[in-house]
Design a protein around this ligand. Structure first.
Ligand SMILES: [Zn+2]
Length: 445
């Protein structure tokens, strides 16, 4: 037989080790991994020149925008950004225009995305006001649900524990997860109003309003609700030791996972003073002791996943107004992997950690079949990395529409040079080499 392609001279990360091998790909799947002489004939041949091949990376927290927010990012630029950063799959968040929170909005979003995406994309939905509509959203193929606790985005009152309990029970019944942004709206708004009243509009006031207590309060409350159900709860961007502690404690009692972001791991509130308002995120970057406790959480395996929380905005939105009006969040798809590979160089992470945190665990935790490991029969999602490539982060070169980064100017070592999605070469040396619509929608069955 003749397969679609064969890659020779690969150093593939498989079963906790790097192995020199060749990889045959057919119909989007890994057909065979083995010695070059054992490879079948192929239409296309790639010489990977002894570069490292990782199972296609997965970013479980991305805002692709599009629709009414296409001026910030659209499905093409967002997934181009993903592939340029070495990601073969991403999960989109629902705070769009319109908010993804019904079968109709989800269906429409998927219909638009289908023709434009370059990598595989799953879609989370917010909760509808009428909980009876959850079933329809699930049947439409939602990846899972998202609960934003810092403000009212979806249809369920984020302060109504009874309604949340009902919603979680339904989501649990369908075997899906809810990803939660844990910051307590009431406490947050109260602090914010007080600061505004006192005309305190600086970074320090923002950090105080978004205090570790605000995160902890929301984490405790939502754990209390989710514990009464069979639903899998996933904490987005854990940023404090206090929140991590209560999550770890609850892990034995329920289905629970959590993620941390590169900006919370690699920037502190001291860096924020230098970067300024552009570096504001929710939750914000914390002090050095908190950052150290997150690294401790990575080392102990308490933090399951690293996700970028890619949050594109226009530069104007980032610069307009005070800390209370400015759009918070930073793009992260094109900086995450180089930043983490640089930590490998520094000895703080291993390649195995990167594969676990950005591919194996996301695939296991969210039941993404065919992904997460280089193995025959799995999707041919491959992230090819040059560990020796040194460069300076330059947001003006991003594929994302958001041309800014709190990491601008940082020297990094290690770069994704090719991204394959289901056997299709999407990104080659920073260039997009395939057509819009080559990615697939990750529908949950
Ligand atoms: Zn987010």
């Amino acid at each position: 037989m003749i397969v679609d392609s064969v890659m020779v001279n690969a150093k593939a990360y498989m079963r906790n080790a790097v192995t020199e091998c060749s990889i045959a790909i057919d119909e989007g799947k890994i057909f065979k991994i083995g010695k070059e002489v054992s490879m079948p004939k192929s239409d296309v041949r790639f010489d990977l020149k002894n570069l490292l091949v990782l199972p296609g990376l997965i970013d479980v927290h991305v805002h692709l925008r599009d629709e009414g927010k296409a001026f910030k990012e659209d499905f093409f630029t967002g997934t181009a950004s993903a592939s340029a950063g070495g990601f073969a799959s991403v999960v989109d968040m629902p705070n769009n225009e319109p908010v993804t929170m019904s079968a109709a909005t989800l269906k429409n979003r998927m219909r638009i995305a289908e023709r434009r995406i370059l990598v595989d994309v799953g879609f989370r939905s917010e909760f509808p006001r009428n909980l009876g509509e959850i079933e329809g959203i699930v049947k439409e193929g939602a990846f899972g649900f998202k609960l934003f606790m810092a403000d009212q985005v979806g249809g369920v009152d984020v302060d109504d524990d009874e309604a949340l309990l009902k919603a979680f029970r339904i989501v649990g019944k369908f075997g899906l997860s809810t990803a939660v942004h844990a910051e307590d709206m009431t406490t947050l708004k109260k602090a914010e109003d007080q600061f505004k009243h006192d005309r305190k509009n600086d970074l320090a006031a923002f950090l105080k309003a978004h205090s570790p207590d605000v995160e902890l309060k929301a984490a405790k409350r939502i754990l209390g609700v989710a514990k009464q159900t069979a639903m899998h709860l996933h904490f987005c961007h854990v940023s404090t030791r206090e929140a991590l502690d209560v999550i770890v404690e609850a892990k034995s009692e329920m289905r629970l996972s959590c993620e941390a972001t590169p900006h919370n791991l690699l920037l502190s509130s001291d860096d924020l003073k230098r970067i300024g308002i552009l570096g504001l995120t929710m939750p914000p970057t914390r002090d050095r002791a908190q950052v150290a406790s997150l690294w401790d959480g990575i080392e102990r395996g308490w933090i399951d996943i690293i996700a970028s929380d890619h949050a594109p905005h226009t530069l104007k939105e980032k610069e307009d107004g005070s800390v209370w009006d400015v759009k918070v969040g930073v793009p992260g798809l094109e900086t995450t992997l180089p930043l983490l590979l640089t930590e490998v160089k520094r000895g703080r992470l291993s390649i195995g950690d990167i594969v676990r945190l950005l591919s194996e665990k996301p695939s296991q935790i969210f039941n993404m079949k065919g992904k997460g490991q280089l193995r025959e029969e799995n999707h041919a999602d491959l992230t090819v990395v040059d560990l020796r490539r040194k460069f300076k982060i330059d947001s003006s070169k991003f594929k994302s529409k958001a041309k800014f980064s709190p990491f601008d100017g940082r020297e990094v070592e290690g770069k994704p040079v090719k991204t394959f999605v289901r056997g299709q070469l999407v990104m080659d040396e920073g260039e997009i080499v395939t057509k819009a619509g080559s990615g697939k929608i990750l529908r949950r069955e």
